[in-house]
Design a protein around this ligand. Structure first.
Ligand code: GAR
Length: 226
């Protein structure tokens, strides 16, 4: 049975679009019951409407504290029939009430190789720091910021002086690949959390050979003989 999910967004919704696209190609078996944004007028809401997905705007400013906002989110998600929650560029912290309402069923995508660069503007942090490898992470959400058990990560070389924007767009392209995959694993009940570790149980679909894990990723490349 298709897993009913609620998707929370704050902005452009390109990760939401990636989920919609993978649903359309038939590899992602979830039903997006609702898209909830804390900001009105954002592109992500338009994307949902274009695909006939019900939307809701819950402006966080309308709530006196984090707890009451969390409660409103839980109510909206439950009323929509969601059984899992996907944070697709949702730039608010979710609190204990929401996590308790959907235990082990809240996923987040973050544009950095956690535990490096949690929080806001991760791509800028990575570009400024001068890392050689950057990337993105899908993880279970816990009560700390960008902290829960890691499900999947993807890395890209960070090119010298390319700047945060170019790096960010190459990271985003990978986000669009790994996020739907992680959500599908959740939908198939294949994710087992063992402390900080997440085991992905084998499934029926073969590994895409063109993306098979390289033995290692080194950037800049080593020269002959090293
Ligand atoms: C994405 O890069 C996502 O990883 C990031 O916001 C962007 C949303 O883009 N999320 C975070 O930084 C959360 N800590 P989108 O609206 O186009 O999907």
């Amino acid at each position: 049975m298709s897993l009913p999910v609620g998707v929370l967004i704050s902005g452009g919704g390109s990760n939401l679009q990636a989920l919609i696209d993978r649903k359309q190609t038939g590899v992602l078996d979830v039903t997006i019951q609702t898209v909830i944004s804390n900001n009105s007028g954002v592109k992500g809401l338009e994307r949902a409407v274009e695909h006939g997905i019900p939307t809701q705007v819950l402006p966080h400013q309308n709530y006196p504290d984090r707890q009451s906002y969390d409660r409103a989110l839980v109510r909206a998600l439950r009323d929509a029939g969601a059984q899992a929650v996907v944070l697709a560029g949702f730039m608010r912290l979710v609190g204990p009430e929401l996590l308790a309402a959907f235990p082990g069923r809240v996923l987040n995508i973050h544009p950095a190789l956690l535990p490096s660069f949690p929080g806001l503007h991760a791509q800028d942090q990575a570009a400024e720091y001068g890392v050689r490898l950057a990337g993105c992470t899908v993880h279970f959400v816990d009560e700390e910021v960008d902290h829960g058990p890691i499900i999947i990560q993807a890395a890209v070389p960070a090119l010298p002086n390319e700047g945060a924007e170019a790096l960010g767009s190459r990271i985003l392209a990978l986000e669009h690949r790994i996020f739907p995959q992680a959500v599908q694993w959740l939908a198939e009940g294949r994710l087992e959390v063992q402390g900080r570790h997440v085991v992905v149980r084998p499934g029926a679909r073969p590994v895409a050979t063109k993306d098979a894990l390289p033995p290692c990723l080194i950037f800049p490349s080593l020269e002959e003989g090293f």
